[in-house]
Design a protein around this ligand. Structure first.
Ligand SMILES: NC(=O)c1ccc[n+]([C@@H]2O[C@H](COP(=O)([O-])OP(=O)(O)OC[C@H]3O[C@@H](n4cnc5c(N)ncnc54)[C@H](O)[C@@H]3O)[C@@H](O)[C@H]2O)c1
Length: 442
């Protein structure tokens, strides 16, 4: 497969619907890193090493030096928002990064002006932005986004583009007949069907332009048969959904450990307070429902009560998110975990995570953009399950249970990179080292 990976020549465009806290933090971060002012902490592609060959071979390159990824200097950002603030203004309002740090890259940030958004208040009620494409049918909106993509490519002399949804979480919707096949979705576009959410319009437009799409929110968007069919037909990579940061990241680190040691879990109560615009949107029960479904599935899947009824059969799992403006982007989460061990004796774990949501999300956006571009150049089309390492509710093939355990997800990611580059996969069996020892004694 190695020979089939096209090189990362030229410039890579990263187009982002939703230039809010997460998007502006990744854009400002890359600008700061490119000026030599910061380091890409949290970015696995930029800082983590990958072992190749045997443990004794001592081959442990940094991932970006192993697989051909776009250079950070070759990235051009753009995007859409329902507010007309440029990225410097939006980042200042988001109050994630300190003002003096934003000022160091002010010119770059000010040059990124959002394009007018595709928006529908039926899917998000708590936003009042007016920087919106109006008077168009859904088919015309998709065509307008396609035109935006082409114009962005032309204007910036780009070689390739990827799209990463960093827009607000849309209200909860179930999949429906219109999303069941590509033919039905096309018909829905022609009929200006109001069931099509804005996120799906961006995604459809991207895939029609051959642009890979990553869904950073829990909206269905590309996790419906019609869009999967389109991705396969047009040979484009897709991945989703919902960036795995904060509390869920902790859950997928702690829960596999408890499960691995056959410790029981009786209850897991998770609560959060956050005060950014994401929190405001999630204050609406319809939008929270989308997030709740994504957050709940993680634990149920890792602990798998059906297979382990003695340990997890009575698990009570609750997730709460509360909008609390004074905390801004600094989300605080509490987890109370009631566990039991040998002979059923009870114990408790308390986790109080004072995190910064967008600081955790920004490197994920960068890695996902770089890796989905790699997948596309490696001719890997359709759902990219190996990127589930970064996602709360990983999209998989129909009927295939998602893998939530972060350590298994990491092995999957690393082995996929080895596979792409024609290196041996690593199973961690390790018996060969001991056979060598026996052979050397005999
Ligand atoms: N920060 C995290 O740790 C994290 C983790 C997982 C998922 N997410 C998801 O990522 C998304 C972004 O989070 P955030 O903290 O940056 O939120 P945010 O509210 O700061 O930014 C979202 C932006 O999207 C814009 N928007 C909404 N609908 C749009 C549309 N149709 N077209 C264009 N722009 C649109 C909003 O105006 C806003 O500026 C949210 O869906 C959030 O749930 C964030």
């Amino acid at each position: 497969m190695e020979n089939q990976v096209k090189p990362a020549n030229g410039k890579l465009g990263i187009l982002i619907p939703g230039l809010g806290a997460v998007a502006t933090t990744v854009i400002a971060g890359v600008a700061s890193i490119n000026k030599g002012l910061s380091k890409p902490i949290g970015s696995v592609s930029q800082l983590s090493r990958i072992r190749l060959g045997k443990r004794t071979d001592n081959r442990n390159p940094i991932i970006k030096d192993f697989v051909p990824l776009a250079n950070l200097q070759d990235i051009v950002f753009g995007g859409w928002d329902v507010y007309s603030d440029n990225v410097y203004e939006a980042a200042s309002k988001a109050e994630v990064l300190e003002q003096h740090q934003l000022d160091q890259v002010r010119e770059t940030l000010e040059s990124i002006q959002p394009m007018k958004a595709v928006f529908d208040t039926n899917f998000i009620k708590n936003l009042d932005g007016t920087h919106i494409k109006t008077g168009l049918t859904r088919r015309q909106l998709a065509d307008a986004v396609r035109e935006d993509i082409r114009a962005f490519k032309e204007k910036n002399g780009l070689d390739r583009i990827v799209m990463v949804w960093c827009g607000s979480t849309e209200k909860y919707v179930e999949t429906n007949e219109a999303f069941s096949t590509l033919a039905k979705l096309e018909e829905a576009f022609d009929n200006d069907d109001t069931r099509i959410p804005p996120s799906m319009i961006y995604c459809y437009a991207a895939l029609m332009e051959g642009v890979p799409y990553v869904n950073g929110a829990p909206n269905l968007t590309c996790d419906v048969p019609a869009i999967v069919e389109l991705a396969q037909k047009n040979e484009v990579a897709i991945a989703g959904k919902d960036f795995k940061t904060g509390q869920t990241l902790m859950k997928t680190i702690v829960a596999p450990g408890l499960q691995a040691r056959a410790l029981g879990v009786e209850g897991w109560f998770s609560t959060n307070i956050l005060g950014n615009r994401d929190g405001l949107v999630l204050d609406d029960p319809d939008n929270f429902k989308t997030k709740e479904v994504s957050k709940l599935s993680v634990l149920e899947d890792i602990l798998d009560a059906d297979k382990n009824p003695e340990l997890y059969g009575d698990l009570y799992h609750k997730v709460r998110i509360n909008y609390y403006p004074p905390h801004k982007d600094n989300k605080e989460s509490w987890d109370n975990i009631d566990i039991f061990g040998w002979l059923g004796y009870k114990m408790q774990i308390k986790i109080n995570f004072l995190c910064r949501d967008s600081i955790l999300a920004a490197p994920i956006v960068l890695d996902l953009a770089l890796f989905i571009d790699l997948a596309q150049r490696a001719n890997m089309h359709g759902v990219q399950e190996w990127l589930s390492f970064y996602l709360k509710a990983p999209q998989t093939a129909p009927g295939l249970p998602a893998e939530h355990d972060i350590f298994k997800q990491l092995m999957k990611l690393q082995n996929t990179l080895r596979h792409i580059m024609g290196e041996d996969l690593i199973t961690h069996l390790g018996l060969d080292y001991y056979q060598e020892l026996v052979d050397s004694i005999q």
